[in-house]
Design a protein around this ligand. Sequence first.
Ligand SMILES: [Zn+2]
Ligand SMILES: [Zn+2]
Length: 242
Amino acid sequence: MTLTTLRASLINIVLPNRCPACDRFLSAGERLCPDCETAVLLPHDDYCHSCGKMRCLCKKRTFAYDQAIVVSRYQSDPEDPVFRAIWALKNSRNQNFAYFAAIIMAERIKHSADYGSFDLVTAVPMHRTKQRMRGFNQAALIGRLLAQELEIPYRDDLLFKERSRIAQHNLNAAERARNVSTFGVNDVDLDGKRILLCDDVLTTGNTLKRCASLLREAGAAHVYAAVAAVRLRSAEKEQSAG
Ligand SMILES: [Zn+2]
Ligand SMILES: [Zn+2]
């Protein structure tokens, strides 16, 4: 046994490595148990490579990102393994799902025609107060790991999230809900850059759309959304069950 494997074994005794989807014990270095790995992986052909949705919305909406790469799908249900893995990523020290997602994203990108053309990776930002409370931004964690896998730079100085400056009392209830925070782009020159934009989940697509638009305003030529999991809508659940 080498010193590295001995150290990994000792850490595994003190802080056992567990599957983030089912809580089963794992050996050091494993990210998901084999059962969950099979269960959570969304086949690459089961979602639209442009909008990232399982039922394409490209004819109804524009998304501002050119292409999308997705690892898993989830439902807002505590029994759903991907829902549990995302919950663990946000609320515990178990970061296995971030590693798993970054490795699969990198594999899918390496098999795409665009492999080798990306200049950098960035992530959907979190408001600094929330990030201070949580200790980290899970989208940025996935982004950093993806950048490592692809051996390209990770940039955390492009986008930011802040409280909206529009006074809440001038808005109706729906507008207030949307006005809690807003995204912005720093004064950076992204002229002609090809960017991978990471997030942990894709729900309506509005967040990624807004961030991709801002990167384009700063000059980006190509924005590719990379997300760990897309949320299934009700119609898709029926389709998926059938
Ligand atoms: Zn498992
Ligand atoms: Zn689509």
